[in-house]
Design a protein around this ligand. Structure first.
Ligand SMILES: Cc1ncc(COP(=O)(O)O)c(C=O)c1O
Length: 394
């Protein structure tokens, strides 16, 4: 009889458990919102990316239902064969206009948007300069491209320039790529300096603004708008799965690049498109943002209130500049215990450990939303303070 060829998986799982890095996946029995039902109980939700509370917004639900009636539940094919419906085109046109870019293309996720576009920008003969803390999907997109990856120290523009200077004679294309908002720390990519360096050294510049869409800039247009950089950043990748409340990703920029992606971007060519309901809900979300920025303002008011009070209470919230609020703990075991005690007291806030963040830098990552009321935030502050004292964090 054949031996158990998957026995190594047991060992891997056991290692994760021993290192306290095993993820307990909580299951929501309700829609996303400031409060969610888990194991039959109401919990204050402090860890979703539903920044604007749009994930269960009635206008988005209505748009999704209506599109389902019109177009059915599935696209039926990849976009290049028979899966492009007019609702996809309408979303792409509206997104491009909203973002003040020539064109946009939507993909199944932000992750796929990076896998689609990076290998089109650079190949085997080329170089890509990537921040040390860039998101996994950027790293995977860079690896897929087979370009040589030059990693610069997190946000260190002098280091980036040093690398660019070393490569001045390199004949191939060069791409500088950064997260807009770094998802584990909430700090911002230095996009103005990246735009300057890209111009000086003849590079393509690209930002993945997954956590900046709907959060930064006027009406939540993102980090490029926040810094007033216009087309000085060549390629903008974004997600529709966080502040916009639904699911999907997009690439926005030069119309030629978008056309090329539709010809050669592998996740576009070889994986089916967004469902009509998703496309319509995303379209409703973009229109909502465009009309009013009250949700974005509320998100920032909530952020300032919560982060200010947490610091007053003695917590270290790292270097955040956005609603992402890392509550730094350090030890992965203590961080998991912190999360478990919060959960017992009706707070859902996950611990994040290695490999998502470096070893010894475990944290509870609190995600603030416009959907939180002042009462919700006060309840969270009080509970964090109690558990923080119990575990000697403050
Ligand atoms: C910077 C960045 N890019 C891409 C993604 C993936 O987005 P999506 O969930 O739409 O695939 C994330 C989500 O965590 C992210 O933070």
């Amino acid at each position: 009889m054949r031996s158990d060829v998957l026995a190594f998986v047991d060992e891997q799982l056991e290692e994760l458990r021993e290192a306290k890095l095993y993820n307990t996946i909580r299951v929501l029995e309700s829609a996303q919102g400031s409060w969610v039902t888990i194991d039959g109980e109401q919990k204050l939700n402090l860890c979703s990316n539903n920044y604007l509370g749009l994930a269960a917004d009635q206008d988005l639900i209505d748009a999704a239902c209506q599109a389902t009636e019109t177009y059915g539940v599935g696209p039926g094919a990849v976009r290049t064969i028979a899966g492009t419906m007019s609702i996809h085109g309408e979303l792409e046109k509206t997104l491009a206009e909203f973002k003040n870019r020539e064109a946009s293309v939507v993909l199944q996720s932000g992750f796929n948007a990076n896998l689609a576009v990076i290998p089109l920008l650079v190949g085997k003969e080329d170089l890509v300069y990537s921040d040390a803390l860039n998101h996994a999907s950027i790293i995977d997109g860079c690896r897929l491209s087979r370009a040589k990856i030059r990693v610069y120290r997190h946000l260190d523009m002098d280091h980036l320039e040093e690398l660019l200077q070393e490569d001045t004679d390199h004949p191939g294309r060069k791409l500088i790529i950064s997260d807009g908002v770094f998802s584990m720390d909430g700090d911002l990519g230095n996009m103005p300096a990246i735009a300057d360096l890209a111009e000086e050294y003849g590079c393509i510049s690209m930002v993945d603004d997954a956590h900046g869409e709907g959060v930064l800039g006027s009406h939540g247009r993102g980090i490029v708008d926040h810094y007033g950089l216009g087309e000085r950043i060549d390629v903008e990748v974004g997600t529709l799965s966080k502040a916009l409340g639904c699911v999907g990703g997009f690439v926005a920029g030069d119309a030629r690049l978008i056309e090329y992606l539709k010809q050669r971007g592998r996740p576009f060519l070889f994986s089916s498109s967004l469902t009509p309901a998703e496309a319509a809900a995303n379209l409703a979300a973009v229109r909502k943002l465009w009309q009013k920025d009250d949700l974005v303002s509320r998100l920032w008011d909530n952020t300032q209130y919560f982060q200010g009070k947490m610091r007053e209470a003695g917590f270290d919230t790292g270097r955040t500049e956005t609603p992402i609020t890392p509550v730094m703990i350090g030890d992965a075991g203590v961080s998991s215990e912190f999360s478990r005690r919060l959960f017992e007291r009706k707070i859902f806030a996950q611990s994040i450990g290695f490999p998502t963040v470096p070893e010894g830098k475990a944290r509870i990552r609190v995600m603030i939303s416009a959907a939180h009321s002042r009462e919700d935030l006060d309840f969270a502050l009080e509970t964090f303070t109690t558990v923080g004292r119990e575990l000697d964090i403050i």
